[in-house]
Design a protein around this ligand. Structure first.
Ligand SMILES: C[S@@+](CC[C@H](N)C(=O)[O-])C[C@H]1O[C@@H](n2cnc3c(N)ncnc32)[C@H](O)[C@@H]1O
Length: 277
């Protein structure tokens, strides 16, 4: 387990640009495999269209991108929030026109991609950001685009990384994505054997997915009541609220008016819902 730890400072600090840059400056990158992750390598080998637009967020040393380039892919974008790392990548790939390297917060990034590769980025984010992650992934994928990669199916004593499990992921991504695959990866590296799920989630382009800020929920009982009430609205397919009850994603067949959502929770004056950016 120690192999997975990446904290060099108190993990109570915000997991912001300074935190991540410090990890690279101190060369404390316990997550770094030094090579393309085998399940992702196997998946890349099945992609026929070498011009597919591919994004790797929270790319780190991005052996996945290196492998894509070696295989002849021509439209690879990698993004990361850590300036020290991004500077290094820009030098490393300076001669290669097939890769774009961007220093940016994933949640600010704009674009449209056929594939987004997930490799220990989701687990690096505080769990309170998971709803935002789903919303942003949906936004960045082209119609029928795919989110592909690995999610941990275990918990950790020290975080990051933050763990999770199959049930939680099914609840989180349901209806925003079609689950083409979500099962224990067969060819993980030995240290991660049987602890990671390989996912291929296809964007459900028939659904609307909106992110809202929510105020007033103080316990999981109230959260479940609110979820239940939103699920009763005609056209709502899935509702998921983050772990500190501040963000909510609503997946629906048609656009739901904000007024309808506000009226649904008017029974408790503490509750406030507004659209998030
Ligand atoms: C655990 S590391 C994984 C790196 C790489 N994917 C790998 O497996 O080697 C998480 C990476 O996400 C980056 N990161 C964290 N928050 C980010 C954000 N909001 N936007 C973009 N990158 C972020 C960090 O700088 C770090 O490189």
């Amino acid at each position: 387990m120690s192999e997975e730890k990446c904290c060099i400072v108190s993990c109570d600090l915000p997991l912001d640009q300074t935190y991540w840059d410090n990890q690279y400056q101190a060369k404390k990158t316990g997550w770094d495999l030094g090579d393309v992750s085998p399940p992702i390598k196997s998946y890349i080998d099945t992609i026929e269209n070498k011009e597919a637009k591919i994004l790797i967020p929270g790319c780190g040393n991005t052996y996945e991108a290196e492998y894509l380039l070696e295989q002849g892919f021509t439209n690879v974008t990698v993004i990361d929030i850590a300036p020290t790392l991004v500077e290094h990548l820009k030098q490393k790939f300076a001669e290669n026109k097939n890769i774009t390297i961007v220093l940016v917060d994933f949640f600010e990034h704009q674009g449209t991609y056929d594939f987004i590769i997930e490799q220990t980025f989701f687990c690096a984010l505080p769990p309170t950001m998971r709803q935002r992650y789903v919303w942003k992934m949906h936004q960045l994928l082209s119609d029928h685009g795919k989110l592909v990669g690995l999610l941990f199916n275990r918990e950790f004593e020290v975080s990051p990384p933050f763990g999770g499990n199959l049930k939680e992921y099914e609840q989180l991504f349901r209806n925003a994505f079609v689950f083409n695959s979500i099962s224990i990866a067969k060819n993980s590296i030995p240290a991660r054997q049987n602890t990671e799920l390989f996912i291929e989630f296809q964007k459900n382009s028939l659904t609307h997915i909106n992110l809202y800020n929510f105020e007033g929920i103080t316990c999981s009982g109230c959260m479940n009541t609110v979820i239940g009430k939103f699920l009763e609205i005609d056209g709502v397919l899935n509702v998921s609220i983050n772990t500190n009850f501040t963000e909510i994603i609503i997946v629906s067949k048609t656009e739901i008016e904000l007024k309808t959502l506000q009226e649904t929770v008017v029974y408790d004056e503490k509750y406030k819902i507004v659209k998030a950016g």
